[in-house]
Design a protein around this ligand. Structure first.
Ligand code: NAP
Length: 332
């Protein structure tokens, strides 16, 4: 029998602001959905940091249980696609934004939002990956589809490399044999990034603002988690007919650039949105993650924390102080 109550982190509007607090709720409080999941782990993404602290317009209705990812075991299912006991993973679909999410011991969601736990991964490892790692793989797949290949030994750069998306991107690209350059602002994490698979480290200040409209053709590809002036600084150094997978805005959302990289070098910016990925591509990305992300590298970038730590960790991730991936044990 599933438990009747569950603990959750709830973000609510209070006295003109928002407040995050822990509540014990009855199971009936869960939103509509055809699958009830006992959550084992969630994880902390940049977007969760924005939601929990109220610094970004992430939450669409209140009260909200944030947490854009979770992994757990099906307790009840009205869908033929899942049965009690199945291990499942959820990322995106507006969960933790407009539908109660993973910072809770129970979740009720639509069956179509769930994927079966990929073979070869534990629930904890799946959350070590989470939206951040899933996004990193979508970036790699998009670059490959535009022609990036490890046979091209020119450099592939990852910005925000020591963060969640960045760490997973470095590890995947390194495993696939790319010549990976990790751009980071954290001098103390160079060894960490080399161990994940970076061949070279670039101080983030080098890509902090755009220089000339076109520079020496250096990059064969890029995964950009920073956006803003970092993305603008990448564009002039892209080689002919190469692409940037742009997924983040940790450095800013405005893009101040020229058309020259596009019209004189055929450079493409590939927009990546991990939230509403159709199911076949979602399954393909998870399958690639199980295959191309070395588990020892994943373990090296993971740390574990209890649900109680989420408010403080949320503040830290927005300051760029979280290394790699944080798995949240919602039952600790
Ligand atoms: N499009 C999507 O579907 C999607 C999915 C997931 C995440 N995202 C976005 O991707 C970004 C990264 O997410 P995350 O979960 O990996 O967050 P994270 O763990 O906090 O990583 C962000 C990294 O960005 C770097 N950074 C921070 N401030 C910077 C600045 N001012 N200039 C340059 N770099 C800066 C830092 O890396 P270093 O310490 O190495 O410098 C930081 O660790 C966020 O903007 C997030 O919203 C988008």
């Amino acid at each position: 029998m599933p438990q009747d109550t569950f603990k959750a982190l709830v973000v609510d509007q209070k006295e003109g602001g928002i407040q995050a607090e822990f509540r014990t709720l009855p199971r009936e409080a869960l939103p509509e959905g055809d699958v009830l999941v006992k959550v084992a782990y969630s994880t902390l993404n940049y977007k969760d940091g924005l939601a929990v602290t109220g610094q970004g317009r992430v939450i669409r209705k209140y009260p909200m249980v944030p947490g854009i990812d979770f992994a757990g075991t099906v307790v009840e299912s009205a869908s033929p696609d899942f049965k009690a006991g199945d291990e499942v993973v959820l990322t995106g679909w507006g969960v933790g934004e407009s539908h109660w999410g993973g910072f809770a011991q129970m979740a009720r969601v639509k069956a179509g939002w769930l994927v079966p736990l990929p073979a070869g991964l534990t629930l904890k490892q799946a959350m070590g990956i989470g939206t951040a790692g899933f996004t990193a793989m979508l970036c790699v797949m998009a670059l490959e589809e535009k022609g990036l290949t490890p046979a091209d030994q020119r450099e592939v750069v990852v910005t925000g490399a020591a963060g969640g998306v960045g760490s997973v991107a470095v590890a995947i690209l390194g495993r696939l044999g790319y010549n990976v350059v990790a751009s980071t602002g954290r001098a103390g994490l160079h060894d960490y990034l080399r161990q994940l698979g970076a061949k070279q480290i670039l101080d983030r200040s080098v890509l902090a603002k755009p220089g000339k409209p076109l520079e020496t053709e250096r990059w064969a590809g890029a995964v950009d988690t920073a956006g803003g002036d970092t993305l603008a600084a990448l564009l002039p150094g892209m080689a002919q007919n190469t692409s940037i997978a742009a997924c983040g805005n940790a450095a800013g959302f405005a893009l101040n650039t020229t058309v020259f990289p596009f019209i004189l070098r055929g450079v493409s910016i590939l927009g990546i949105n991990s939230v509403l990925v159709p199911q076949p591509r979602r399954l393909a990305a998870w399958s690639r993650l199980a295959q191309d992300l070395p588990l020892d590298k994943l373990e090296a970038m993971m740390q574990e924390a209890p649900l109680e730590a989420v408010p403080e960790l949320s503040r830290q991730i927005l300051k760029g102080q979280v290394r790699g991936r944080v798995v949240i044990d919602v039952n600790a």
